[in-house]
Each structure stands twice: as structure tokens, then as C-alpha cells.
Ligand binder design. Structure first.
Ligand SMILES: *[C@@H]1O[C@H](CO)[C@@H](O)[C@H](O)[C@H]1NC(C)=O
Ligand SMILES: *[C@@H]1O[C@H](CO)[C@@H](O)[C@H](O)[C@H]1NC(C)=O
Length: 467
């Protein structure tokens, strides 16, 4: 038997060196692999050997279906056969090497060799990482074959990263997720995934556009998939919202207001000041959503909002959003009478960047005035100008936000009539009051006169009864 094995090993050496007829299999410790010979004729005997262990026989199978496996501690309970295919569960460090399959059928032997090469995938940095910390990944082979495969890493975004199987970069939100070490040879590739956790805030757009008739959401959230437990592991100290109002000079106040602070035990927001501008934090913080919302924006919401997470040793993560609020102002007001002049202006309170423009929408019946970019003057409003006047803020082909104002225009006559009716009513009332006062005065005077008359002309006939 020993002689046979030695000759077998020699044979393999010859096969491999002449034809290279040896399949290479790349695998990680702990993986399950299946080694399958290309052909498995009926009525054949199958034998599996492990070259590194002096050709130790791992398994056999006879044409009647009888089979047996190595009792060696190194392999016990981890081998099985599916037809002629050898399945090895939970690969161990010393299970890497060349496996040989001999199939005997009708007095002819066919031999196939499988070289199982170990792939070591190591994440050197301790996961979870805090954004800004170093992410180090290596992917290497336990034994490098004569004709080595290509090895590289794919980031979660699918980009090729690193050099010769080594990645060493500053961790950012886009690095959170599954990394794959790719081992590629002769057009065949195998991926070895590693999961990397980066604690960071998800990127947010630099500007949030809204209007005085629209809701406002100021976004801030943990990267999807990052849990509060992982955040706490990085020794979080504070989570806060600040607001710096936009000043008329176009800059932001140097003295931001502290709006909210997160209670890290209960995961609930606390108001830091009473005036939080009608903003409320999103209810379910457990999902990592730290956004603020408001049902309707106001001009007072214009400014810069900062969401920050402070960790031990002064490491801070933050996102800032500039809130832009579009507004229409009607001068002298939205309620007008026929013939009045009205000026409408639409603005964000600052000069628009070159790539943005405003677009007016007029009531359907309104005659098309030539709109200026930011304001419209209607010299004499009429019935046809009644309705919604809108203004949209566009950037490229995207509508960022829009705002509307309802103009109520009434005929001059009805207003004058109202004025006349009111004045008439007032005058009538006045006349009535005057008449009443006059009547009372007269009555009083009459009574007084009658009294006096009775005293002088009609004296009591004194002593009339005495006589
Ligand atoms: C957070 O909540 C707001 C308001 O409910 C929602 O608009 C936003 O999409 C949420 N963000 C994430 C990342 O789930
Ligand atoms: C409208 O604007 C023009 C100039 O822009 C001004 O002369 C006029 O007085 C304004 N009218 C009203 C009603 O504000």
C-alpha cells in the first residue's frame, strides 16, 4: 500500500509538472469546501488521499455504495461524500494542501489532484471604527503557487482599493459595509467578504430648500446599519443640535443657539432653550434618525443647522445643513381692490447663485406680464388677477421648492358701497340719538314750566276752610 501511495505521489508530481492538471481552490479557515472530480463513471471505486499527510486515505467508496472515512482526529466528523465528491466541513489550519482522488473503473485508474490554498483575510483595526480612524485590511495566501493569482479588495461601493491585497485608509462613512477580498485567476474569481463597521453620520445635502408654505426637515442620521450599541462602544459623550441664524449680511451668526441635546441613557431629546423655533426631533431615535422637522417653514428658519456627536478625546462628527426658505411678499398686501397697483417679490432673502433661477406661475386668467426674475409689478389689478400666484426655485432641471400666494381682488364698487352703507348707518344712528336727546330735553322743560305755573297762578286757597 505504502509503495502504491508513493508511486501515486510521484505520478501526481509528473501530472502537475507536465500538464498542470491540478485544480486550485482558494479557501478560508472555517469554510466548507467540495472537491469534485470531473468524471465519475458507474461501477467505480473512489479513493481520496491527502498528500501532506503522506498520502493519508481520507475516504473511499465502492460500487455498491459502501463508504468509509478517516478516523484520524484531524478529520473526524468533518468529511462526507456526495457521489465521488469529497466535502470537508470547517476547514482547519492544517487541512490546506493537495487532495488526490483516484477513481478505478474496469481496471483503469484516473487521478485528479486539488490544491487547496489558504486565504488569510485580516481586519487589523478593531471594529467598530470611528470615522477618521485607520482602516487596515490584508488579504494574503498561505502558500503562493508558481503562477500566483491576482488579489485585490473591493470596497462596499464596489471600487478596487489598496495594493497587493493590503488596504490602509482613513475610515469614512462610505467605507461602512461589506468589503470583499477578490482572488482571481484564469478568469475565475472568488470573493472573501469582511464586514466593516464605521460609526459616522450619513452625508447630507449642504442645502435644504423649502418655502413658507412647505414643511421643513433638517436631516441628520447615523449610517444605516450602525446601532447605538456600536456608537456607545466608541464612548459617545454628547449629541446636539445648534442653529446659527442667517444675518442680513449673508453670513451666519458667530454665536449659534443650542437647540437640543440628546439624553444618551433614554435616547430622548431635551430642549436646551424654550425657543426651539417650532422644530421637533423625529420620534424614533433608536433607528438612528436624528432629524428635526416642522410642518411649515418660516423666514426665521433661515440659517445653518449643525448636528454633532462628540466622543471621548474630543473627537467630533458633525453635519451641517443650510436652510433656504423661499417667500413671496405682496405689497401693499394680498387683499386688493380693482385698479390698485401691486408688487410681488419672490426671494430666498439672498442673491441667487448663477445656476439657479426663479420661475413665476400666474393665475390662468391673468394676462402674461413679463416677469422680472425676482419681482412682478401689476400696475392695475383686475378680476383676472384673482387667484394663486406661484414662484418656483429651479436649479438645472430640478425644482428645488415652490411657494404660493393667494391674491383676493374685489371690485372698487362693492367696497365703496360698503363704505356708503356704513356711513349711512352711522349717520342714521347719530340722528336717532340726537332726536332722542332733543325729545327728553323738551319733556323736562315742559314739566318744569308746568310746576312753576302751579306755584304762582294757582296758590292754595289758604284759610278757605277756616271761615
Ligand atoms: C428621518 O425622519 C424624517 C422625518 O420623518 C424622514 O423624512 C427621513 O427620511 C428619515 N431619515 C432616515 C435616514 O430614515
Ligand atoms: C412697486 O414698485 C415700484 C418700483 O419698483 C414702486 O415705484 C411702487 O411704488 C411700488 N408699488 C407699491 C404698491 O408698493
Amino acid at each position: 500500500m505504502k509503495n502504491f501511495i508513493q508511486s501515486l505521489l510521484l505520478l501526481i508530481a509528473v501530472i502537475v509538472s507536465t500538464s498542470g492538471a491540478q485544480e486550485e481552490i482558494y479557501a478560508k479557515e472555517g469554510e466548507t469546501i467540495a472537491l469534485g472530480p470531473t468524471s465519475y463513471p458507474a461501477q467505480s471505486y473512489v479513493y481520496w488521499y491527502f498528500e501532506r499527510q503522506d498520502g493519508h486515505q481520507l475516504a473511499w467508496l465502492n460500487p455498491l455504495g459502501g463508504k468509509g472515512f478517516s478516523e484520524d482526529e484531524k478529520w473526524k466528523n468533518r468529511l462526507s461524500l456526495n457521489g465521488a465528491m469529497l466535502i470537508i466541513n470547517n476547514l482547519q489550519k492544517d487541512n490546506f494542501g493537495t487532495f488526490v482522488c483516484k477513481i478505478s473503473a474496469g481496471g483503469r485508474d484516473s487521478i485528479t489532484a486539488f490544491k487547496v490554498i489558504q486565504v488569510n483575510v485580516i481586519e487589523k483595526s478593531a471594529s467598530p471604527l470611528l470615522s477618521g480612524e485607520r482602516l487596515s485590511l490584508t488579504c494574503s495566501l498561505g502558500s503562493v503557487p508558481q503562477n500566483p493569482p491576482e488579489i485585490y479588495w473591493l470596497s462596499p461601493k464596489g471600487n478596487r482599493e489598496g495594493n497587493k491585497g493590503t488596504v490602509s485608509i482613513t475610515a469614512r462613512s462610505e467605507h461602512h459595509g461589506q468589503w470583499d477580498c477578490v482572488v482571481k485567476k484564469n478568469g475565475k474569481e472568488k470573493k472573501f467578504p469582511v464586514s466593516v463597521t464605521v460609526v459616522d453620520l450619513a452625508p447630507v445635502p449642504s442645502h435644504q430648500y423649502t418655502s413658507t408654505v412647505s414643511p421643513l426637515t433638517i436631516p441628520c442620521s447615523l449610517i444605516p446599519g450602525v446601532t447605538w450599541d456600536q456608537v456607545k462602544k466608541k464612548e459617545i459623550e454628547e449629541v446636539q443640535w445648534h442653529f446659527a441664524p442667517k444675518l442680513s449680511s449673508g453670513t451666519f451668526s458667530d454665536n449659534p443657539e443650542h437647540l437640543f441635546s440628546l439624553d444618551l441613557e433614554k435616547l430622548t431629546w431635551k430642549k436646551v432653550q424654550d425657543n426651539v423655533k417650532g422644530l421637533s426631533p423625529v420620534y424614533n431615535i433608536k433607528t438612528g434618525n436624528l432629524s428635526l422637522t416642522k410642518s411649515k417653514a418660516t423666514v426665521g428658519d433661515r440659517g445653518r443647522y449643525t448636528c454633532s456627536m462628540k466622543f471621548k478625546n474630543d473627537r467630533t462628527l458633525k453635519t451641517t445643513v443650510d436652510v433656504v426658505v423661499l417667500e413671496i411678499i405682496a405689497h401693499p398686501g394680498p387683499e386688493l381692490i380693482y385698479g390698485q397697483q401691486v408688487n410681488l417679490s419672490c426671494s430666498t432673502g439672498e442673491q441667487l447663485p448663477n445656476d439657479m433661477k426663479l420661475n413665476w406661475t400666474l393665475p390662468k386668467t391673468s394676462s402674461p406680464y413679463i416677469p422680472y426674475p425676482t419681482h412682478i409689478t401689476v400696475p392695475e389689478v383686475g378680476k383676472e388677477d384673482n387667484g394663486k400666484w406661484g414662484c418656483e426655485l429651479w436649479q438645472g432641471g430640478n425644482k428645488l421648492t415652490s411657494v404660493e400666494i393667494l391674491l383676493k381682488i374685489e371690485p372698487r364698487l362693492s367696497v365703496w358701497m360698503l363704505v356708503i352703507i356704513c356711513s349711512a348707518a352711522v349717520i342714521l344712528l347719530l340722528l336717532l340719538v340726537l332726536a332722542f336727546i332733543h325729545y327728553r330735553r323738551r319733556k323736562q322743560k315742559m314739566r318744569l314750566r308746568r310746576h312753576r305755573l302751579c306755584q304762582c297762578k294757582n296758590p292754595k286757597p289758604k284759610g278757605f276752610y277756616r271761615t
